[in-house]
Write a new protein. Sequence first.
Length: 399
Amino acid sequence: MSDHQLRTRTPAGPAPGPRTPGSRCAAAFRAAAPALAVYAAVRGLGLLVFWVAASAAGKDPLGPLSGRWDSVWYQRIAENGYRYTVTLPDGSVHSDLAFFPLLPALERGLREVTPLTLGGAGLLVAWTAGLLAAWGIFAVGFRLRGRRAGVVLAALWGVYPTAFVQSMAYTETLFTALAAWALYAVLTGRWIVAGALCVLAGLTRPTAAALIAALAITAVVTLVREYRDERRAGPVLRRNARMIAGVALAPLGWLAYVVFVAVREGSPFAYFDVQAQWGNDIDGGRALAAFIAGLPWPAALGLCAALGLLGWLVVLCVRQRQPLPVLVYALTIVVISLIGAGYFGSRPRLMMPAFPLLLPPAVALLRPRTTGRTAAVLAVLACASAGYGAWTLLGAGPP
């Protein structure tokens, strides 16, 4: 798919504004304002419900948001660098090298220039990135299905069942913001920008592999199609030089961190060994199958139904003919989340950046016979998400 095809196969995004960058940015912000307002409202509701529940339980509302689970590991890295490990009773060693460096670097940088603590800096990054992610998701939805679809898509991402993580000092919002804007850059032919955003995503989460794959597969398909039409490699390569450069740039962040761990630990596969110690290695889905098999049959049937719904969303995305980079990104996120051996309860959170899966329901909510119900549906989902988030954050298990 060439740059020209990417520009013409999908409905246009926000109309080009004035020529100055500042004016274009202001026009884009005005177009996205409804999506940002709705997203802020649903996440604000989630925080309000959690604050009330935590206060009623006599607990510090900020503690679970910035001082539990993975947040603690990121802040320790920001404070001391990579040097901490813990040995569990079963003998496995958990190293902080499992966590990528961009979030702790931002936390440390903000602490140096503001009065914020590391926990407060982490929340500032997460909440700001959440708004940028909602803007990027809106931009992709706008380009593919129009402005109203973009607004509903951002809202649905904000009421995702585990959207409470978007309010925590975690990397999900930061990664999703980088991924959404990288995909938008590809859709608008800005391959160098897309590659640079991929570099940052690769310093944020290991699932940047999905974004890298989306760019690489799209580029390969484009080059093969154009070469098949022309039978001359030179013109095809010259015409797509920026695309090739963007794809070459994309994996550098992820590779840089993997190499850093390899050099530090003295083994070329050290990063993968670290992840295996955490139980996050790839097992092809065996852990998921074993988990389902060990459940009581009503719970197993419910989980299978949920996986069936996930599969149906994938089918709808294919039927919707989402552009190749968007489709590859979402499907790869889902596959990575399902074939890992990690803690089952984290899988919905790991799939949260796969926002294109929410585009079919966003479009369905905008059909003429359902338009009047859209606000009610979003309100119900927002309340359910807020309640579930409060219950989870006040519980003992990690999200």
